[in-house]
Write a protein that binds this ligand. Sequence first.
Ligand SMILES: NC(=O)c1ccc[n+]([C@@H]2O[C@H](COP(=O)([O-])OP(=O)(O)OC[C@H]3O[C@@H](n4cnc5c(N)ncnc54)[C@H](OP(=O)(O)O)[C@@H]3O)[C@@H](O)[C@H]2O)c1
Length: 326
Amino acid sequence: MCVHDRAREFRIAGLDRLHQLAVMGGVQESQGLEIMKFIYGQTPRRITEVKLFKQRFNLAMIVRDLYLCGERRMKISGAIALVTGANRGLGLRFVEALVEFGAAKIYATARNIDTLMSLVERYPDLIIPLSLDVTQQVQVDAAADAATDVTLLLNNAGALDQRGLMEAADLSGFEQEMAVNVFGLARMCQAFAPIITANGGGAITNMLSVVSLTNFPPFGTYAATKAAAMSLTECLRFETRDKSIEVFGIYAGLIDTDMTDNIVGDKASAREIARNTMLGMEASDINFDADDRAKTVRPGLRNDPEGFTKEYWVRAAEFRVNHPLS
Ligand SMILES: NC(=O)c1ccc[n+]([C@@H]2O[C@H](COP(=O)([O-])OP(=O)(O)OC[C@H]3O[C@@H](n4cnc5c(N)ncnc54)[C@H](OP(=O)(O)O)[C@@H]3O)[C@@H](O)[C@H]2O)c1
C-alpha cells in the first residue's frame, strides 16, 4: 500500500485505528513523516521540528497528535475571539488583525473598560468590550459567564518590571509579573478551555517571548515568568490534545509598545507581530517565532547553547550600561 493510500486509510479509519496501526508497527518512520507531509502539507521546517520532537516521544503518538492537529487547523475567519489587554500595545493590534482576518466577534477585554471605547466605535458590529483584570478570579469567572461562545482565546496581557533578581529591591515587581504573566494566563486557560471545547473546538494562543527560551538578566524575573508561561503552554497542549483545542506559543523579541518605550534598540512593529501571529495560527505553527529576533534563538540554543548564552550575557551587560537603573 502506498503512503498516500495509507494516509487516506488513516483519515477514514479514525484516530483509534490510526493509533492502533501505529502502535502495532504499521507505520515506519519514513512512512510516518511522508504521511504527515501528505496530510498536512507541512513545510520542511516543521518536519525537522517533528524529527527533533520524535527523539523524545514515540512515533505512534506523534502521528496521532499530528492527525489531531491537522483536523483542528485554526481558521481565524468566523472565529469568536477573546483578547486580554486589548486596549493598547500588542493586544490592540491583535484585535485589528483578528478583524482583518475575518473573526466573527471579538471580546476585547481590559482592566478599564473605558479604554476600549475607541475600538467599539471603530468596529461596532464586531467588538464586545469586557472589563477584565486577569489577576482577579471573580472577573475571569464573570468573563467566562459572559463569553460562552468563544472559540479562540488570546492571552496577551502582560507585565514587565525591567530588573534582574538581585537588582530588584524586593519581590513586588516579580510578584506582579507572576500574577499577570503566569497565574493570570493559567486562570484564563482553566476558565476558557472547557468553553472552547463545548463550542466545537478552536485555539488558545499564549503570548510568550524569546526570554521564555533563555533568560535575559536585565529582565530576569520577567523572563522567569515567561519561561513558566511557556511550560504551562506545553502542559495545556498535552492536556487538551483530545479536546479539539490547538495551543499556540508565540515568541518575539522586542516589540514597539509602551512596554519597551524606554528601550533603545531594534523593535518589531506590534502590527507586524499581530498579523504574523494570525498567519502562524492558520499554518498550525504551534511554537511560532513571530519576528526575526525570535527566529535566531531556537537555532542558536540548539547549535551552541553555551556560546549563545555568553552572547546574551554580553548583550545584557551592554543593555544595563545603556539603560541604567533609575
Ligand atoms: N513589548 C515587547 O517587547 C514584548 C516582547 C515579547 C512579548 N511581549 C508580550 O506581549 C504581550 C503584550 O505586551 P505589550 O508589549 O503590548 O505591553 P504593554 O504595551 O505594556 O501592554 C500591556 C497590556 O497588558 C494589560 N495588562 C497588564 N496587567 C493586566 C492585568 N492584570 N489584567 C489585564 N490586563 C493587564 C495592560 O492593560 P492596562 O492598560 O490596564 O495597563 C495592557 O493592555 C505581553 O504578554 C508581553 O509580555 C511583549
